[in-house]
Design a protein around this ligand. Structure first.
Ligand code: 13P
Length: 245
């Protein structure tokens, strides 16, 4: 498992029954080789506590978090609540949140701060659209997204995930060269923002990661792990990606 970090993002999938089956299957496949610091699963909110109970061998993560701590904010879930149910990670700024809920870079940064203030690790997502890549604007776009999405965010308990929008759920993975190039750019920005501690931050790749593509991506110097959507829903394919790390 080297020192890569693999995070599964279940998005809007799952059920109590599915999580219990998944736990049994993953325990059987992994036979004691799981490390909760390196393997994380982000489920919908209602299943976080179940996951923490049935699969303590993995880190438990949420897919979003409120900027608010408590109050009259119907429908929101705070970082303190996430911590309270055994959650140690939260994705913030996923492109699906940015697209369907109009989340801005500034809003994402506030969420990351809220997550970190409760001692959770924030997984901040960035990534360009297909149009931006075709125009040749992708490097500049992602660099500016990283800067703006990390405004006020600490280097401690921070992971950045590069997820090109055109590669999410499309079956079209970025090539290791495309991903490694962008990860190098992101690392440069992290050094700009945090000095030498920025160099040690983990930058994950996400977007159609499959057992067949994980090895090539993980072989790249700048790729510190993966944020896996579809392939994290089955214990077998998820475990194959974890073992490729
Ligand atoms: O959005 C993703 C993970 O956050 C990637 O999803 P897929 O792996 O299904 O492309």
């Amino acid at each position: 498992m080297a020192d890569k970090l693999v995070i599964g993002n279940w998005k809007l999938f799952g059920s109590n029954e599915r999580i219990r089956e998944f736990a049994i299957e993953l325990k059987a496949l992994s036979a004691g080789r799981l490390d909760a610091q390196q393997v994380v699963i982000c489920t919908p909110y209602p299943y976080l506590a179940t996951l923490a109970a049935v699969l303590p061998e993995v880190g438990v993560g949420a897919q979003d978090c409120s900027v608010n701590t408590e109050g009259a904010f119907t429908g929101e879930v705070s970082a303190a609540m996430l911590a309270d149910v055994g959650c140690r990670w939260s994705i913030v700024g996923h492109s699906e949140r940015r697209q369907y809920h109009a989340e801005s870079d500034a809003g994402v940064a506030l969420k990351a701060v809220a997550v970190q203030q409760q001692g959770l690790c924030a997984v901040v997502c960035v990534g360009e659209s297909l149009e931006e890549r075709k125009r040749g604007d992708h490097i500049q776009r992602v660099a500016s997204q990283v800067r703006a999405s990390l405004e006020g965010v600490a280097a401690e308990n921070l992971v950045v995930a590069y997820e090109p929008i055109w590669a999410i759920g499309t079956g079209e993975t970025a090539t290791p060269e495309q991903a490694d190039e962008m990860h190098g750019v992101i690392r440069q920005v992290l050094v700009e923002l945090y000095g030498e501690s920025g160099r040690a931050l983990r930058v994950l790749y996400g977007g159609s990661v499959k057992p067949s593509t994980a090895g090539g991506l993980f072989a790249c110097d700048n790729i510190d792990g993966a944020l896996v959507g579809g392939a994290s829903l089955e214990a077998e394919s998820f475990w194959q990606i974890v073992t490729a790390a």
